[in-house]
Design a protein around this ligand. Sequence first.
Ligand SMILES: [Zn+2]
Length: 179
Amino acid sequence: MSIPPKRIILPQVVDPRRLVNQGVTLTGEINPDFCIRLAEAVDEISQPIVVNLVFDTAEQGRKVVRGTASTTVILACQRCLEPMELPLAVDMALGIVWSEDQAKALPRELDPWIVEDEAGDIAALVEEELLLAMPFVTYHSEDQCSATASHATGEDLGEIKEENPFGILEQLKNSGSDN
Ligand SMILES: [Zn+2]
């Protein structure tokens, strides 16, 4: 029998180099209150933002963070405008660096995480990765989208527009014959 893991809310800010030196693995949730930009980009962050981040030393003494982050958001389908669920999941591989210059020297497989002092904002880091993982446009799959059913309505609207001038002419004619 396994006990379900306790929900752990991670701090917004950590000292990443100290975590590397201690070989720490952070497993828990990012408080969505610290992810304002993500919250504004979607209708709702509907599932906890779960992360698993391993702080480690790589070749040449390089300090790295590897792991995953995932959540589910609700946003509007851009075809039918009804809400839809969008799972987001990212793999992260970051080199902890002090400056832009050091960032440029990182191997290609590592994204830079520039931390200028002891305070590394993991909430901002994870939020940025999740924002980058969001597709440019989001649609329901065809069988779940209600826009296919409303396609005919769009054509009807077009016909009404075309018929309107004749309708008005008809009214003018009628009112003229009444006089
Ligand atoms: Zn849709």
